[in-house]
Structure formats: C-alpha cells, structure tokens
Design a protein around this ligand. Sequence first.
Ligand code: FES
Ligand SMILES: [Fe+2]
Length: 344
Amino acid sequence: METKMTDETLANEAAKPSRLVDARGRGTKIEFRGEEEFHACWYPVALSSEVERGSLIGAPFLDGRVIVYRTSDGIAHVRSAYCRHLGADLSVGRLVNDTVQCPFHFWRYDVAGSCVDVPAGDPPPPYAKLFSYPTAESLGLIWAFNGETPLHPAPHFEQSEAALVIEAYRNPLPMKVESSIVFLNSFDLQHFRVVHGMPIEVDLDRVTEHEHTLGYEARVSTPEFGEVVQDRRLWGVNTVTIASETGGRKFYQLHSLCPVENHATQGFLVSATPAADFAEDDSARALLAQSREYALRLVNEDAPIFDTLSFRRDNLTASDRFLAFGIQYIRRYPRAHPGRELIR
Ligand code: FES
Ligand SMILES: [Fe+2]
C-alpha cells in the first residue's frame, strides 16, 4: 500500500518546543538499535567481483561474521561463518563440489547449510546446520537479507542491469559509527548546503512511502553536474539509489551501508549509466569516473564528522523536519536477528 508522508507523520520533536533540553544538558541520546537487534534490510556484504565461481570469502556482518561463496552454477550464497563442530572459521576452508569444507576436520555443508559429510564416519548431527541468509546479487553487489524472508526485492535501478555499464566499489573510509546515523545523512537537508556545497530542495509533501521504500524528488545544485533533478529512493534503512540526468544522459548512483562489529559501518557505492547512451564505451567510463569522484568527495567530507555524532532528542529545529521524519522512520522500521547465535 502506498502512503504519503503527511503532516501527521511529521508531528515530532522538530515541530515542538524543547521540553527536556535546557542550557545545562545535551538531551537524551537516541539509540537506533537494541544490543541484540538490527534492521530487517538487504545489506551488501561483498562486491560480486570479489567472489569468483568456486571461491569463498569471509565478511564481517552485523555483530558477527559470514561466509560468501559462489557455486558452479554462478549463484552466490551467504551463510554463518562458524563450523557447528568446534567453531572453525569456514572462510579458512574451501569449496569442494559446491559444498563448504571446514578446514579443521573437513565436515562439509551443502547449499542449504546442512552438514552432509563427517569424514570420521559419524552421522552428521541434526543440529549441524549453518544459518542461511536470503541472498541476492544486483548492481555488482552480493546482498544478504537480515531476516528469514525478505520484505522487498534487493535494491536495483529502474533500468534493467543488462543495459547498463556498472561500477561497484567499497567506500575506502572506515566509519566508526552506526549505519543508521550515516543513513540519516540523506534526510539532513541542512548539511548538504554547508558541508557539500550542494543546495538541495525536497518537497516534503510529495515524499511517498511504499513497501519498505521511500521515494522523493530532490532538486540539487552540484559543482560537478550543475542543476539536476534527482529521483531518490531509500530502500530499507541503509540504501539510497539516485537516478538523474546530465547532458541528456541518464546516470545512477547507489550508496549502501552494512553494519559491522563495534557499531561500525562498511559502505558500498555503485555508479551506472546506460551503455546505449554512448557511441564509445570510453565516454560512459568517463561519466562513471566523474560520478565516482563526486561520490567519494561526499563521503570524504562527511567522514570526519560522522565519527563524532550522537543524536539527541528534542534538539532539532524547524529546518530539520525531514531529518525528524527520518529518525522516526528508522526507529519504527522492522528489526530481526535470526542468525544471532550462529554468526558470532
Ligand atoms: S571444527 Fe569444523 S569440522 Fe571440526
Ligand atoms: Fe553528506
């Protein structure tokens, strides 16, 4: 069901005078997640290019660790990382006939996560099962859904991937801050102008909420691309996709966040443009390079500030109306942690 962001949904601390804060206190800190829970989102865990057919890597995920591997049919899988025997990290093991072989006593696990072979001859114990995260692959990224069943499809652009030139890469900067705080950057209209030199206008009455995504149009002026109209879509509470046009050419960007141990965040970025818009592949690559430079400028400008942030109740002002909505949106978003016992 599609709903509009209404004044009612916006009724929040930004619109009210502060009651809890006075000159002597900073206000109550906003915690975005409990100790034991994360949001039920699609999280990027690896670049597609990092996981070749028949290979397996380990990746930090939520408050633990997963393995990411690709079977001979080309399909990627994300499973809890620790062997159910004595807990060896399976990323140190290898793939044998599409099964994950533990490096320690060579127990093997099939794609359903079940142990199917104990070389010592014992029957595989019934509990010997890895946690299987729903896994998807799109836009050069491998995604794991934090839940038993995905709430919506994995992030994608409106145009089919087959028609796009795509570049996916990691944000090289470590972010020692919760992913929710990084995600709120999209709602923080004040900071775009002053931190990024990018005045931005969003018609808050036209923000629409639809099946765990939010959509809105932003009019942005950037030093790199001039005045552009961006079609922004927020997926879950960790991914932003942006479609815009420059010089008559469409281009897409994605910034997605994966929570990792110690309340830190790993960012992944994607730039894409339709191959058909370019006579020469090289000029498509030039636009992607420009888009990458632009995205890295923004994350570089934000990075030193992110690590210092802590959000407090009642400290927002009228210009923070969209930010206040974002805080509420994150706080009411569904949570889950079904792999909790097996990924750490
Ligand atoms: S620890 Fe994995 S098989 Fe023993
Ligand atoms: Fe920013």
